[in-house]
Ligand binder design. Structure first.
Ligand SMILES: [Zn+2]
Length: 76
C-alpha cells in the first residue's frame, strides 16, 4: 500500500479560520498523551509561528509555496 505523508494534499481547513491550511504542525501533548496536530493557513501560521515554536511544535508539512499567486496574463 502506498502512503503519502501529505495530509494537506486534500483540503484541510485552518484550525482558526477554516480557510485552506498550508502548514501542518505537530507536537507531543503531555496533557492529552498523544501527538497534537494543528493545520493552519499561511496567515495564521505566521501569526502563531513563534508561539508554536516555543511550545515545541514542529512543522510536518509546509505547502506555502503553493500560495504564491500565479500571475494571470491580463487580457488586452
Ligand atoms: Zn487561518
Amino acid at each position: 500500500m502506498e502512503t503519502t505523508e501529505s495530509e494537506l494534499e486534500t483540503f484541510t481547513p485552518c484550525d482558526r479560520c477554516g480557510h485552506r491550511a498550508y502548514v501542518l504542525v505537530e507536537a507531543y501533548s503531555h496533557k492529552f498523551c498523544q501527538d497534537l496536530r494543528i493545520a493552519l493557513c499561511g496567515h495564521h501560521y505566521r501569526t502563531f509561528e513563534r508561539q508554536l515554536t516555543r511550545q515545541g511544535f514542529d512543522v510536518v508539512e509546509d505547502r506555502r509555496e503553493e500560495l504564491v499567486p500565479k500571475r494571470e496574463a491580463v487580457a488586452a
